[in-house]
Design a protein around this ligand. Structure first.
Ligand SMILES: C[S@@+](CC[C@H](N)C(=O)[O-])C[C@H]1O[C@@H](n2cnc3c(N)ncnc32)[C@H](O)[C@@H]1O
Length: 268
């Protein structure tokens, strides 16, 4: 199956998952209205002084816009969200409208991000469970590279790829029988959602759309960005998780392995 077909199936899956995000829409609006920002502690160092250098921030795979609008609250003068899910984008638009935020949302495959945005972004932001849904990292890296202005920055804050290999439920690290190969090069197809994230949405397993994930290693992400013409400026490995991925592993043990990574690139 080709990349576009896999992405299209993921769109259907994320339209189901959007139900859980819609349930939080009112709380999200209040959080953002009170000036809240959704970032994890390690991210602030990479987004420092945003109001001084960021006119337009483009958020790729923006879901329902919480992080997108957090970038506005943090100082970006204008924000743009891009996501493949119809329901996610509609939710983001409703929230932005209620906030009178200078925000625009595009519903499209990230690979089809409109060319009218090329060369307009001071910041392209993405991550938090985004890249695993992209089936072609080389094609993907060309998108932030064309969106950025010269000297613009790409900031990726992602789950550390090394964390993909473990089962979610045990109380210590145990290799997952499906995801447990760091060097796996094939899409993994599955239906349903982790209990600590979106859950079963009150549906039988057979009613869930099949979705496709790809485990991208750090070297693959970095090389794709370098090949797209970006320069690696800074990177970090962090003990802080961005979601409750391993609810039964004690926090003290979780912190012994890197849960998240930061990759900051600049366009020459
Ligand atoms: C885990 S969310 C991203 C993280 C986000 N910060 C959040 O708040 O959840 C993944 C998002 O990627 C989107 N997505 C998946 N494949 C995509 C694609 N090919 N193009 C654009 N968006 C995509 C999904 O619709 C979903 O909203």
């Amino acid at each position: 199956m080709d990349v576009r077909d896999l992405h299209e199936q993921n769109r259907r899956g994320w339209n189901q998952g959007a139900e859980a995000y819609e349930a939080d829409e009112r709380a999200r609006l209040e959080f953002l209205r009170s000036g809240g920002t959704n970032f994890c502690p390690p991210e602030f160092a990479y987004l420092e002084g945003l109001s001084e250098w960021c006119g337009r921030a483009v958020h790729l795979q923006c879901a329902s816009g919480q992080d997108t609008l957090s970038l506005w609250n943090l100082g970006a003068r204008e924000v743009v969200g891009v996501d493949i899910s119809d329901r996610m984008v509609e939710s983001g638009r409703r929230t932005a409208e209620a906030l009178s935020a200078p925000a625009t949302f595009y519903r499209c495959d990230v690979l089809d991000t409109p060319h009218e945005l090329d060369g307009t972004a001071d910041l392209v932001y993405t991550g938090r469970g985004a890249l695993c849904w992209i089936m072609d990292i080389v094609a993907w890296a060309k998108v932030p590279a064309r969106l950025l202005k010269p000297r613009g920055r790409l900031y990726i804050f992602e789950g550390h790829p090394y964390m993909n290999v473990w089962q979610l439920e045990p109380s210590s690290y145990v290799f997952d029988p499906v995801y447990g190969d760091y060097f796996n090069e094939k899409p993994i197809s599955d239906a349903g959602w982790p209990t600590t994230y979106i859950g079963d949405l009150g549906m039988q397993a057979a009613q869930h759309e099949v979705k496709h994930e790809r485990q991208w290693r750090i070297d693959q992400i970095v090389n794709a960005c370098l090949d797209a013409g970006l320069v690696l400026t800074k990177m970090g490995e962090h003990p802080e998780p961005y979601w409750n991925q391993f609810p039964n592993i004690p926090a003290e043990e979780l912190r012994r392995l890197p849960q998240t990574i930061s990759l900051l690139f600049t366009k020459p």
